[in-house]
Design a protein around this ligand. Structure first.
Ligand code: VGL
Length: 198
């Protein structure tokens, strides 16, 4: 068994003060850092994703360019590549060894499996190359990118745990639905208290 921690989109635009702020986002950033500080050896592999959208073109309908966002399929402009809104939240402290994944260049890109590392390698290939069998999923937002990433991880044959104390969502109802869907598809809903001390 080889475990990875997967940290989804803990970025300024998804946290308080950002253009698509999720309530509790900043607290999630701090809590993930606290977990990593308390368990520095528990994860041989850590991946962190960032939404990394194009400034121009609406990213294939993802940005509501000509109208109001519906906050389901179309969104306010957020996480434009190389802008402060796309940076990790300052409370997120990541180890040197973290593999950084960028996704959503010109497309919605909800799932980390749509993303690539700095060398252009696909996330799914990186997981296989690292021999990862089990993933713990945390980050933002529960009802969109965490949901999509978790469902994809299950489809890729991973054992998936979602730490419900380290996620935050756009809306309460859709977040609850997303967690139920993940559980139904085979994910274990747990809290980060489960992380083994190594
Ligand atoms: C996300 C809405 C729009 C997310 C991304 O990171 O969950 N949500 N784009």
């Amino acid at each position: 068994m080889t475990r990875a921690l997967i940290i989804i989109d803990v970025q300024n635009d998804f946290t308080e003060g950002g253009t698509l702020a999720v309530d509790g986002g900043a607290a999630v950033a701090g809590a993930i850092s606290a977990l990593l500080a308390a368990h520095p050896h528990s994860y041989p592999h850590i991946f962190a994703s960032r939404d990394w959208h194009d400034a121009e073109g609406g990213n294939n309908g993802h940005f509501a360019v000509d109208g109001e966002p519906d906050f389901i399929d179309s969104w306010p402009v957020h996480c434009v590549a190389d802008t402060p809104g796309a940076e990790y939240h300052p409370a997120l402290e990541l180890p040197e060894s973290t593999v950084h994944i960028l996704k959503g260049q010109g497309q919605p890109g909800y799932s980390i499996f749509d993303g690539v590392d700095a060398g252009g390698e696909k996330f799914g290939e990186l997981l296989i190359a690292a021999g990862v069998t089990d993933v713990d999923l945390v980050g933002l937002a529960t009802d969109y990118c965490v949901r999509a990433s978790g469902l994809d991880a299950l489809e890729h044959g991973q054992h998936v745990r979602v730490f419900t104390d380290l996620v935050a969502g756009v809306a309460a109802e859709s977040s609850e639905q997303a967690l139920a869907e993940l559980a139904h598809a085979g994910a274990v809903l747990a809290t980060s208290e489960l992380v083994e001390q190594v």
